[in-house]
Design a protein around this ligand. Structure first.
Ligand SMILES: NC(=O)c1ccc[n+]([C@@H]2O[C@H](COP(=O)([O-])OP(=O)(O)OC[C@H]3O[C@@H](n4cnc5c(N)ncnc54)[C@H](O)[C@@H]3O)[C@@H](O)[C@H]2O)c1
Length: 303
């Protein structure tokens, strides 16, 4: 199988550096035209402005594909509209959205200021909404779309000091779960990425971790990008998946549910007695939707 994105148009946010840059270049290497969005801010988004998107555009053009710079902020609803419009004005379509822009403002909860909370939610979670709200009508019209939302293990299982970031990244899982249903009829596949890569965001957090320099070298953003390209291709028919990618290793994470335990006239003592069974994950499986779980529940009760 040879994955081709020839004739397709992608919008990659936060594509001036790190994982976003690697994704933009990998998509372009398969023939996609790319809107390279990046504000070029410093790592906590408090200042600085570097023309990082321009240099990625130049790299893509050197590969023989086409690209254009966008320096809007994903947290700005109107700027997000302009990103989508730019793709439509330049190339008449939009097939792929990689919502990847982000930054960190880590603080333990008692030190987390309202601005640190809100800025992270606005970029990682609301930013994804801002882009997809505007892109979705194109997807419906084309009966085609591929979306990858860059989430994080911090949202799946937690990372100390990242209550803002973990909440936003877990929010993307819920966002994906709904969009996978809304996109089903229109051939729009929406998946989440849980990456691990040595970038300016993570190298300071990883230093001192087991494996040292050798591990960091293996964890290049370029080792993450190919799975995103696959998820963004017509060949990918899966939606609603959480895919982990780090250092050349790939896998799936999922929210699973176990088989429920029926308890007659439940009270706290009976719950305590059955706690091991209630919380056992033996035989647990992922499930698809609220509607599906109602159906399963009704079928179970009818037995
Ligand atoms: N690197 C990792 O191991 C790792 C792990 C889990 C999740 N992530 C996520 O992956 C994504 C990329 O991170 P990275 O490690 O490549 O970081 P990075 O700092 O190298 O790149 C992020 C880019 O996003 C841009 N950006 C920030 N806010 C923006 C905004 N409002 N609008 C447009 N652009 C904006 C920045 O200017 C920066 O160039 C982020 O969402 C991050 O949370 C990274």
């Amino acid at each position: 199988m040879v994955i081709s994105l020839t004739g397709q148009v992608a919008l990659v946010t936060g594509a001036g550096r790190g994982i976003g840059r690697a994704i933009a270049l990998d998509l372009a290497s398969r023939g996609a035209k790319v809107i390279v969005n990046d504000l070029g801010m410093d790592v906590s988004n408090k200042g600085g402005s570097e023309p990082v998107a321009d240099s990625v555009v130049a790299e893509i053009k050197a590969l023989g594909s086409d690209a254009a710079t966008n320096t809007g902020s994903v947290s700005d609803y109107e700027a997000a509209y302009q990103m989508v419009k730019q793709a439509m004005d330049l190339w008449g379509r939009l097939d792929i959205v990689c919502s990847n822009a982000g930054f960190l403002r880590d603080q333990a909860i008692h030190n987390m200021q309202p601005d640190d909370w809100q800025a992270i939610i606005d970029t990682h979670l609301t930013g994804a909404y801002n882009i997809l709200h505007h892109a979705w009508p194109m997807f419906r019209q084309q009966s085609y779309g591929r979306v990858v939302l860059t989430s994080s293990n911090s949202g799946f299982v937690g990372n100390f000091g990242q209550s803002n970031y973990g909440a936003a990244k877990a929010g993307l899982i819920g966002f994906m779960n709904v969009l996978k249903l809304e996109g089903q009829k229109y051939n729009v596949m929406v998946n989440c990425l849980g990456p691990g890569a040595a970038t300016r965001m993570t190298v300071p957090l990883m230093s001192g971790a087991p494996g040292g320099e050798e591990r960091l070298a293996k964890m290049s953003p370029e080792s993450v990008a190919p799975v995103v390209t696959y998820l963004c291709s017509p060949d990918c028919k899966d939606s609603g998946m959480i895919i982990e990618a780090s250092g050349g290793e790939f896998g799936r994470a999922a929210i699973v549910r176990n088989k429920r335990v029926a308890i007659d006239a439940p009270d706290a003592d009976k719950i305590a007695q059955q706690w091991a069974a209630i919380t056992s994950l033996e035989g647990a499986e992922p499930w698809w939707s609220v509607r599906q779980s109602w159906k399963d529940h009704l079928a179970e009760m009818a037995k």
